[in-house]
Ligand binder design. Structure first.
Ligand code: C2E
Ligand code: MG
Ligand code: MG
Ligand code: MG
Length: 287
């Protein structure tokens, strides 16, 4: 009986795995089609200077509009895009499009683009950055690239060399999701990052956890002594805002100031932020 049971269990498991594999295969085909038929759109989330509360840049966040399934989140398709290598053409498209969009913004507004570790293995990344800049006419100083420590974790030397090459162009490099990896600190020593983005998991509990407040404070101080700007990710409440302000975070990003917006809304928002005018972020963009 036990044997029969075991077999039954085994069969069930195998079927579940097959279904999973089939679903993945299906998603993979859809993703391939998305690349071919341009089903992607970039949303932009405001990055705000903590003191002036003015927008200083936007993070490019990819959205997939599937004709039947609607908007698919990057957390759902980026891992598959990485496994299949499709992240290379997708990532290059994001880079080119984001630079093109940003080139039409005021010159004191920059754009941040997320890079996958897989893009560092393709050997074409530095060239993709150079051509995105030259084709769009965007100045290198207005482009920021966000990487997580996993970039430096795998294939260290090539990734490092590529990063140095890109940074030598005048492009800034930010460490994303700081504090979530195993050894974020040691990576700060490996590469001269221009910015540290403190992961939103620390910001979320700022009001309730003394530990989180202490950690945020320590990271901001560390950044300051290394000459690195810090950004607080995921600021959702005014309480969190006053905490990160107290701790000395230079920039903030989060739903409190604005969710990721389509390009047309970005242009509208920038229209209102005319030089010399105070805080223009109103409820239109906070929701
Ligand atoms: P990330 O780079 O850490 O981006 C921040 C994520 O937090 C975004 O999710 C953003 O919408 C979300 N967020 C911002 N403020 C708040 C807030 O106040 N509260 C909450 N709950 N969430 C907030 P999104 O757009 O779903 O992107 C998820 C992740 O997907 C990104 O995390 C990034 O790792 C990846 N991703 C997005 N676009 C790209 C891309 O073009 N290339 C690559 N390689 N990865 C991308
Ligand atoms: Mg990011
Ligand atoms: Mg992040
Ligand atoms: Mg993240």
């Amino acid at each position: 009986k036990a044997k029969a049971n075991g077999r039954g269990t085994y069969c069930f498991f195998e079927t579940a795995m097959d279904a999973n594999r089939q679903e993945r295969r299906e998603l993979e085909i859809l993703l391939q089609q998305a690349v071919e038929t341009q089903q992607f759109e970039i949303y932009y989330q405001p990055q705000v200077d903590t003191n002036s509360e003015r927008v200083v840049g936007f993070e490019a966040l990819l959205r997939w509009h599937h004709p039947e399934r609607g908007i698919i989140s990057p957390t759902e398709f980026i891992p598959l895009a990485e496994e299949t290598g499709l992240i290379v053409p997708i990532g290059e498209w994001v880079l080119r499009q984001a630079c093109k969009d940003a080139a039409s913004w005021p010159t004191d507004i920059s754009v941040a683009v997320n890079l996958s570790p897989v893009q560092f293995k393709s050997q074409t990344l530095a060239h993709a950055v150079i051509s995105a800049l030259s084709d769009s006419g965007l100045s290198a100083s207005r482009l920021e690239l966000e990487i997580t420590e996993s970039v430096l974790l795998t294939d260290n030397d090539t990734a490092l060399a590529t990063l140095h090459h890109i940074r030598s162009l005048g492009v800034r490099i930010a460490m994303d999701d700081f504090g979530t990896g195993y050894s974020s600190l040691s990576y700060l020593r490996l590469f001269p990052f221009d910015k540290i983005k403190i992961d939103q998991s620390f910001i979320r509990e700022l009001g309730t956890s003394k530990d989180c407040a202490a950690i945020v404070k320590a990271v901001v101080d560390l950044g300051a002594s290394l000459g690195i700007t810090t950004t607080a990710e995921g600021v959702e409440t005014t309480e969190q805002l006053s905490r990160v302000r107290e701790q000395g975070c230079g920039e903030i990003q989060g739903y409190l100031f604005g969710k990721p917006l389509p390009l047309s809304s970005v242009n509208e928002l920038l229209q209102r932020q005319l030089p010399g005018l105070p805080d223009m972020l109103d409820s239109t963009f906070r929701n």
